[in-house]
Design a protein around this ligand. Sequence first.
Ligand SMILES: [Zn+2]
Length: 280
Amino acid sequence: MPRLQFSSSRVWIPPFLLIVSILCSAQAPVPEPVSDQETQLGMAVYNELRDKGEIIESSPLYDTLRPVTEAISRVAQPRYNHPFKFFLVHEAHPNAFAAPGGNVYVVDSLLYFVKNTEELAGTLCHEVSHTIHRDAMNRLKEQQKIERRELGAMIGTAILLGPSQAQALAIGLIGDLQSKAYSREVESSADVTGSDICAETGSNPWGLVWLFQDFQNADTKQIPQLLSDHPANGTRIKTLEKHFSDNPDVFAKFNPDPKSATPFSVPKDAPEQFLRSSKP
Ligand SMILES: [Zn+2]
């Protein structure tokens, strides 16, 4: 059974030590400037998370994450028109979620939760696939249509939203991304695209299947939101297995046995420094 270790510590580092820490610790990326609705909503989500003190500005954990995310970005980037950027965040439950505009948020404890590199890569390949499929934007459009707000007509157009509209939408979006599943079709579709991306990076796409299997016997409190609220994992496993067997030229070379996995090692008690709100 996977066991969570919350070994991170929130520390405030005095300014004179900041330069030293910047030199020693890997940094969060800088968000993409606003150029359309997706980057605008992405920036609004980023600002909300930063103002809640969740975004990790620097930590050696970025060094651990980077080799996995760089490989995924190289393959996934041609499929999306904004750069993928991966931010570490600190939240109660291990999770990962993708906001519109290319930002992917990875909860620090997910790095301690996964059993191997392939499980982490599989999860992140799945998340970038939600971005490529524009699932968050599509859900937002659908919700606005149902609620019959005037704003609904604006989502998906070239018009930028008002700052307060973007912020209101971002708050709702964060809640949805953290706790609400997409439909089974949308999830399976992200699994399939994610497995294609993982395979192209050379990472064993069975990683996501192993993660689902690990959770079938896990304590429900420890199951990351991204899996516990996602539709039946058994169905998702079957869809992936069919995709693998339908495309043997891509997938036959990968070993389905989790014993073949690449170990993933995370520094214990890695310090984390948080981005602070720009609000007074
Ligand atoms: Zn998903």
